[in-house]
Structures are given as structure tokens and as C-alpha cells.
Design a protein around this ligand. Structure first.
Ligand code: GDP
Length: 365
């Protein structure tokens, strides 16, 4: 499954945020009994009002949301790429993830030691990103060396070596792989896919503030927000400590609480949704009396692939899909009504499933 790795310097609030995410997982744990609980992984339901609305209409025995996996990646300190601290294990864990949530300290608190002595988010980001770049440089250097040895026997490696060397030069200037200008180059893509370079992954910058930083941006938040914008990356502001205390509150209580801080947007929800979006994921729904459920697919997946998420047999034996858009479903209130009103569509194997489609698959076994 796809996952997001949480990184950041020590004492910036990573564990606090991870605890909040874990509590969000456990708040729904009755529905997630199938998940093996791993200490550094939270399988977090993606808040989605649509699925609650569908449940209201269908009144099923069970409701299941889509989920996003967050992995707490501890141990990144300056020097990690040289194997200091938990360096190597850290790097192995982070390679497995598809996106990175970079938590940055934007709160001032003399009781919480800052590893570099002062709050300075841009410097902190640079420290972390330098380590990530160095790790990628190492991976690339190793690969180039190996490919050069193989080149005698396999001349087709030449363009890949050239691509890897060009990427290396880019990284050696202190830049992230994600900003490499020639991303569409086939050899470059191959190298990126094989090595799963860390700095080529999608990045979400997460400014962690005190409760009173939630309203207007402080100077630290402004700096991080601008950097994210410059890079075309996602940005979220959150108070990890507050989220940890608030997780599990009823929606109304929670909203009131946010309002009292002049905030309209729940941070944890935003992180989860941004994560889901950053991974290129969407949800379609199945709505039956046993279960109303969101299924996670990639934006652009066709009907048979989408069916395969439920069961591989559904993909192999795919015949057709009966599809109702979410809006139509809610407007008419049931599958039968939608069928009668002529808004249920029959779609074939080339159909690209849309976010919010309510789908019924027909298949051969
Ligand atoms: P990690 O090392 O990045 O995992 O950081 P932790 O989550 O363990 O947080 C380090 C310390 O900072 C803990 O004592 C937290 O309670 C505290 N902390 C986390 N978020 C905030 C915050 O928004 N404001 C303040 N004042 N302290 C925070």
C-alpha cells in the first residue's frame, strides 16, 4: 500500500503528530480490525463527508473509509547520510514511502530544546534536505559505478549512465531531484523509478505551531509557506499538540474549539486529505446493506483496475460496471431510484473511474 513518511529534526513535534494520527486510527479501530498495528505506522481513515451521507441513505451494518498510511521515520539528524544516529535504517524506511511530510518547528518554547539552539525553519529544512540529497547522491554514485562495470557487456546502459550522471550533477549543486529540469527524459525516469530517490518524492511541508499560532501566520510560518509555494509543494499548518488533545472529539465540539482560535480548518484532517491527494489517490464507493465502503484507487485507473482493488477475481473476470455519480445517488437516494431515473450508467473496461462514483461491478468467476 502507499504511504507517507514523516521526517523532521528532533524536537519539532513529529512524535506528537504521529500520536495524533495513531489516535485517529484507533478512534475507528473497530472498522480496522484487519490492520496489523505496527509501532511506527498509522493507518488513518480519510475523513469524507460523502461516505457518511451514503451510510445515512443505505443504513449498512458497516462503514469503511479510505485510509492513508503514515510512517514515523525517526532518527534523521545532521550526518545521518554518513550513518550517524539511526541513519541507514532511516534511509531504508524512507525509500519505501511515496511522499514525505516534513514537519518544521514554528513554535517558540524555551522548555523544548532546539537541536540547533534557535527556531529557524528555513535553516532546519536545509539541514534535513541536505541529508536527503546526500543519501540520494550516494545511491546514484553506487549505481553509476555498477552500471559502468556492466557497460562492456551491455552497451544499452549508456543513456542511463548519462542520465544518472546528469542527476548527480544536479544534486551535487544542493538541489532536490524533484527540481531536475528534464524529468520527461526516458532514461532519467528509469533511474528515478529504480532508485526511488528520496528527494524526487512529493513533499508536504508541515509548519507546527502553538495554539496561538493557528490564527494569523507568525514569521516562521510565513517563511515555510513561501518556500512551499516557490517549490510548488503542498503546505499545511498545524498545532500537533492541540490535535493530539482534540482527536476523537465530536465534530461539533471540535469545530467550536477551532473557532475559538479563529481557525476554520482542522489541521489533522487537512494533513490526511493533503496526503491522500499528494499520492494521486481518489475514492470510489460501493454501497450495499452489508457495507458502505470507500475504495482507494489512483486517479486515472480504469474500471477493471478499480475492481481489482476489491478482489483480483473482479479484475480478471470484469464484465462491466454500473456507475452512479455521487451527486445523482444522493439526489435520488438509492440505486433502484437511480436506475429508474436513468442516471445509472453501464460502463465498460475503458471507463476511467471518477472520484465519488458509486459503483457496482459485474464479473465472471
Ligand atoms: P520529535 O522529536 O520531533 O518527535 O518531537 P516531539 O513530538 O517529541 O516533541 C518534542 C517536544 O515538543 C515535546 O515535549 C512536545 O510536547 C513539544 N511540542 C510539540 N508540539 C508543540 C507545540 O506546538 N508547542 C509547544 N510549546 N510544544 C510542542
Amino acid at each position: 500500500s502507499v504511504s507517507i513518511g514523516i521526517v523532521g529534526l528532533p524536537n519539532v513535534g513529529k512524535s506528537t503528530l504521529f500520536n495524533a494520527l495513531t489516535k485517529a486510527q484507533n478512534a475507528e479501530s473497530a472498522n480496522y480490525a484487519f490492520c496489523t498495528i505496527e509501532p511506527n505506522k498509522a493507518v488513518v481513515p480519510v475523513p469524507d463527508k460523502r461516505i457518511e451521507k451514503l451510510a445515512e441513505l443505505v443504513n449498512p451494518q458497516r462503514v469503511q473509509h479510505s485510509t492513508v498510511d503514515f510512517v514515523d521515520i525517526a532518527g534523521l539528524v545532521a550526518g545521518a547520510s554518513k550513518g550517524e544516529g539511526l541513519g541507514n535504517k532511516f534511509l531504508a524506511n524512507i525509500r519505501e514511502t511515496q511522499a514525505i511530510l516534513h514537519v518544521v518547528r514554528c513554535f517558540v518554547d524555551d522548555d523544548v530544546v532546539h537541536v540547533s539552539g534557535s527556531v529557524d525553519p528555513l535553516r532546519d529544512i536545509e539541514v534535513i534536505e541536505t541529508e536527503l540529497i546526500l543519501a540520494d547522491v550516494q545511491a546514484l554514485e553506487n549505481r553509476v559505478e555498477r552500471m559502468k562495470k556492466q557497460l562492456k557487456g551491455d552497451k544499452t546502459l549508456a543513456p542511463k549512465i548519462a542520465a544518472a550522471e546528469a542527476l548527480l550533477e544536479h544534486l551535487n549543486q544542493g538541489a532536490l531531484a524533484a527540481t531536475y529540469p528534464d524529468m520527461d527524459n526516458k532514461a532519467v525516469r528509469e533511474v528515478l523509478d529504480e532508485l526511488r530517490l528520496i528527494t524526487a518524492k512529493n513533499m508536504i511541508y508541515c509548519a507546527n505551531v502553538d495554539e496561538d499560532g493557528l490564527g494569523e501566520d507568525n514569521e516562521y510560518v510565513t517563511a515555510v509557506r513561501s518556500l512551499a509555494e516557490e517549490r510548488g509543494a503542498e503546505f499545511v499548518k498545524i498545532s500537533a499538540r492541540m490535535e493530539e488533545e482534540l482527536v476523537g472529539l465530536e465534530d461539533e465540539e471540535y469545530a467550536e474549539f477551532l473557532e475559538s482560535y479563529g481557525v476554520t480548518e482542522a489541521g489533522l484532517e487537512k494533513i490526511i486529505r493533503t496526503g491522500f491527494h499528494t499520492l494521486g489517490l481518489i475514492s470510489y464507493f460501493t454501497a450495499g446493506v452489508k457495507e458502505v465502503r470507500a475504495w482507494t484507487i489512483h486517479d486515472g485507473d480504469k474500471a477493471p483496475q478499480a475492481a481489482g482493488v476489491i478482489h483480483t477475481d473482479f479484475e480478471r473476470g470484469f464484465i462491466r460496471a454500473e456507475v452512479i455519480s455521487y451527486d445523482h445517488y444522493v439526489e435520488h437516494g438509492s440505486e433502484a431510484k437511480c436506475r429508474a431515473e436513468g442516471v445509472l450508467r453501464v460502463e465498460g473496461k475503458e471507463y476511467v473511474v471518477k472520484d465519488g462514483d458509486v459503483v457496482h461491478f459485474l464479473f465472471n468467476v
